[in-house]
Design a protein around this ligand. Structure first.
Ligand SMILES: Cc1cc2nc3c(=O)[nH]c(=O)nc-3n(C[C@H](O)[C@H](O)[C@H](O)COP(=O)(O)OP(=O)(O)OC[C@H]3O[C@@H](n4cnc5c(N)ncnc54)[C@H](O)[C@@H]3O)c2cc1C
Length: 392
């Protein structure tokens, strides 16, 4: 077994540790132990990567901005979780960073970012080998526009006066001028607010296909709130963690076995909740998926946002927009083939990221439709995959 200077065993794939930064500036801004920001900073400082893609707060807490960083000093500005950051990073890499084909990039990924990246890597639009992926567990995101409405109407607080938000123990908590207030996410969702509907149905909470999966679930005892729970998911991830510890950028200790157990339980409960939401949402289709699609897509203004922003709809977008979609140019709403062809195109690979619906100016529940189609497809080939989504 390899040992560090202090005699600490090096971690390997499959290990789970509590980790916290030794950098006081990162610690101040970080969500938990600042391990994620420390990983990114260390990778950039030691030239394991050429750049870092992370999320930075823009003008307020509802404004999550993807930012490419090449100076390690700037990384402290990206620490902290923005739960109203509903953006997806896979197409940013494919479109604006040339698919990481000429650069090594470290980046933070939620489950949906990761699934999008893997799909684009299969299509040769991204070079996965050039990416160092620091996963963050994700229980879901809240749409920024809906979050403002929710804070105004349910919390009774001016959303512009909120300077911090966090999700802790099942509550969405806000800090504002003059106080703080937390309301349970279940209660918010009962009232039609809370997480985006696709996030509620998501069953990918711990991104284990990343190099490291980081989160707050399972950190208990004196480290609660002060350390990040890190699951080592690849040799590349183990190497980064070991180097960061060796350089004294990061401190670690073995994860508390009770904490590991608790994390498993919370993950299991979240997956069950995801199933519950699938049943509820798919139930609203009343067994008439295609009829509902026909009715709802009658509002389409053919802006192509669903095509442009889909991480799995990739290829010659211009061709998709024109003749190969068998629709007459300039006709609004487009005939049914426009949507049927699009759904067919992505039916086996929809990752339920919700971007099509989030960015649809006509509020068509496109993510629900794509997701339901994919689950029906899953059931056709592998009944047990989709059964839970429908069973009562
Ligand atoms: C939307 C969201 C939901 C989460 N839900 C859970 C959960 O249910 N359970 C759990 O255990 N952990 C969850 N986490 C992870 C947790 O909040 C911490 O990010 C994680 O524990 C790492 O802590 P840290 O102090 O090491 O991170 P930091 O050092 O503070 O770094 C945080 C990193 O997250 C990135 N980031 C911030 N917002 C986003 C975003 N919207 N999308 C992508 N990247 C972003 C930043 O760029 C930064 O790199 C969630 C994170 C996010 C972003």
């Amino acid at each position: 077994m390899a040992l560090f200077g202090g005699g600490k065993p090096a971690v390997k794939k499959g290990d789970m540790v509590y980790a916290w930064t030794t950098d006081s500036e990162i610690a101040k801004k970080a969500e938990c132990g600042g391990a994620v920001t420390t990983f990114l900073k260390h990778a950039l400082e030691t030239k394991m990567v050429d750049a870092v893609l992370a999320i930075q707060r823009g003008q307020d807490i509802y404004d999550a901005v993807p930012t490419l960083i090449t100076d390690p000093k700037d990384l402290k500005n990206t620490a902290g979780s923005l739960h109203c950051g509903t953006l997806l990073l896979s197409k940013v890499v494919a479109k604006h960073l040339k698919g990481a084909k000429d650069k090594k990039i470290a980046m933070t990924v939620k489950g949906c970012d990761l699934m999008g990246i893997l799909e684009l890597a299969k299509r040769n639009a991204i070079n996965r080998d050039n990416l160092l992926l620091i996963g963050v567990n994700c229980g879901g995101t809240v749409s920024p526009v809906k979050a403002m409405k929710m804070i105004q109407e349910i919390y009774g607080v001016d959303p512009m006066k909120v300077h911090k938000e966090e999700i802790d123990k099942g509550q969405f908590i806000i800090e504002f001028e003059g106080g703080h207030k937390g309301i349970s996410i279940d209660e918010l969702e009962e009232k039609g607010f809370g997480r985006r509907t696709n996030c509620r149905r998501c069953e990918y909470k711990v991104p284990r296909q990343a190099d490291l999966a980081c989160g707050n679930w399972g950190v208990i005892g004196d480290k609660a709130g002060k350390a990040t729970f890190v699951e080592v998911c690849s040799d590349k991830g183990a190497d980064l963690l070991n180097r960061a510890v060796k350089a004294d950028a990061l401190a670690t200790e073995a994860a508390n076995p009770k904490g590991i157990e608790l994390r498993q339980k919370v993950e299991g409960a979240m997956l069950k909740l995801g199933e519950k939401w699938r049943r509820k949402d798919f139930g609203t289709l009343k067994g008439d998926l295609w009829g509902t699609i026909g009715r709802e897509t009658g509002r389409c203004i053919k802006c192509y946002s669903c095509i442009e922003n889909c991480p799995v709809c990739f290829g010659d977008t211009e061709a998709l927009k024109a003749k190969s979609f068998m629709v007459t140019a300039g006709e609004v709403p487009p005939n049914g083939m426009f949507h049927l062809r699009r759904f067919a195109h992505i039916s086996d690979t929809c990752v339920n990221c919700g971007q099509c619906e989030e960015l649809c100016p006509m509020d068509i529940p496109l993510a629900l439709f794509s997701h339901a189609i994919r689950v029906e497809g899953d059931m056709a080939f592998e009944p047990k995959l989709g059964k839970a989504a429908y069973k009562n």
